[in-house]
Design a protein around this ligand. Structure first.
Ligand code: GRF
Length: 203
């Protein structure tokens, strides 16, 4: 299975995927910011990477589509990609784009999830992987991982506790998509041949 990964920053989730690549290959990394650490990660692994200036979204998406028509990926992974893709773009890759988001969706879509969880005095937090539709952090949730929120936690401690679990969540979910344990059939998402009713829990 060929994958293109979209990033906007550090690229630690990208690196987790690059270190795995058991039953999939990352063929190209697309980044929306110049000079991001994620490009160094791609470089280190010898993966072609492209910076695309997202100031003009239509143009950015047109260039991205050209790359994707060359690469013909089976899956697009948004891993810390901070731009919102247009409905037209997403429609061209129905059920082929996944995103990792640091909250237990549908709770806390959008930014600053760790702080919002703390503000609301939640005792549990987590991360989700979902198929991307035209709404922000929306679309069928595939899998989740959870962490406890302790009274002494702050946004930084939650982020650092969660990130290692995010890596495992992403690698395992992508692996299961690649081996078709997770697959779409007639607009229903199946996990191990059973329609998925609740997100898969990855510890
Ligand atoms: C992760 O927390 C991810 O859930 C969120 O952005 C962060 C990206 O981190 N969408 P990295 O660039 O993969 O290190």
């Amino acid at each position: 299975m060929n994958i293109v990964v979209f990033i906007s920053g550090r690229g630690s989730n990208l690196e987790a995927l690059l270190n795995d690549q058991n039953n999939y290959q990352i063929t190209h990394v697309i980044g929306s910011k110049k000079g991001i650490k994620g490009f160094d990660v791609a470089e280190k692994h010898g993966i072609t990477h492209s910076y695309i200036n997202w100031q003009d979204k239509n143009r950015a998406e047109a260039i991205t589509l050209e790359i994707l028509s060359e690469e013909q990926p089976d899956l697009i992974v948004l891993a810390g990609f901070m731009k919102i893709l247009s409905a037209d773009f997403v429609a061209q890759f129905k059920n082929k784009i996944i995103n990792i988001h640091p909250s237990l969706l549908p709770a806390y879509p959008g930014l600053h999830t760790h702080q919002r969880v703390l503000n609301d005095k939640q005792t549990e937090h987590g991360a989700s992987i979902h198929f991307v539709d035209s709404l922000l952090d929306h679309g069928q949730v595939i899998s989740q991982t959870r962490i406890k929120v302790n009274p002494e936690d702050n946004a930084e401690s939650l982020a650092s506790k969660l990130i290692t679990k995010e890596h495992k969540l992403l690698v395992e979910t992508v692996g299961q998509i690649a081996n078709e344990q997770i697959r779409w059939h007639n607009n229903t998402l199946f996990h191990n041949n059973i329609p998925l009713e609740k997100p898969i829990v990855i510890i």
